[in-house]
Design a protein around this ligand. Sequence first.
Ligand SMILES: CCCCCCCCCCCCC/C=C/[C@@H](O)[C@H](COP(=O)(O)O)NC(=O)CCCCCCCCCCCCCCC
Length: 218
Amino acid sequence: MADAALSEEPKFCLSEVLDSFKTCLTENKEIIIDQYVAGWRGLTRFMNSLGTIFSFISKDAVDKIQIMVKHRNDVNGPRYVTVQSMVKYELDNGLVDLTKRSSFPESGCRTLLRLHRALRWLELFLERLRTSAEDSKTSVMCSEAYNESLAQFHPWLIRKAAGMAFCALPGRSTFFEVMNVGTPEQVVVMLGDALPLISEVYQLTEDLYLKHKLLDIP
Ligand SMILES: CCCCCCCCCCCCC/C=C/[C@@H](O)[C@H](COP(=O)(O)O)NC(=O)CCCCCCCCCCCCCCC
């Protein structure tokens, strides 16, 4: 049953997913939320295709995606077209819990911050994959990237659970195959194209959040 349902899903192609992060940047360097969220949705599909052990990670990402979609579909959706317009709207209207979680536990600014921190993990992980040797271990690359980024924001229990999930990651060659991009050489080229854009999206968000003192939203 589950297999039949899975096979009906459109075939995953990582380059299409990473394209969402490319196309989320406008000419004047604003970040389009619909595209950003579409990128994350694709990544969670990829993660689900790796097995159920990763579902607690993708579940949290899916929850956050849904919160962002809810904002976009709300009457104030037009205020959530770009990350920049969202930050301005929510701050101007006092819609963000800046010091402790209370009235606005699902603000767009807070929710996007969690995805933004995860984007740094993605950037570090993909860069390791891009430059890795054939016999490199994905579990090691993944946990190094995690320890340098997201881990500092997670409590012990989540760090442990994440560490266990990383050990279940398939090896580098299976991983490259599941990406459905082509030969390992083509994967490396594709990653080299996508990474500068992912870095730019990350840095623009980081600068914006820093400017508005939003990097520690609880
Ligand atoms: C492919 C390997 C996948 C490894 C994913 C590495 C990330 C590990 C993150 C572990 C998160 C565990 C779930 C819970 C997290 C939340 O507590 C925590 C805080 O939220 P809260 O403040 O609302 O409580 N949430 C977060 O930090 C957001 C985490 C979002 C994780 C998204 C990860 C998606 C990864 C997509 C993988 C695609 C890989 C593609 C590579 C070719």
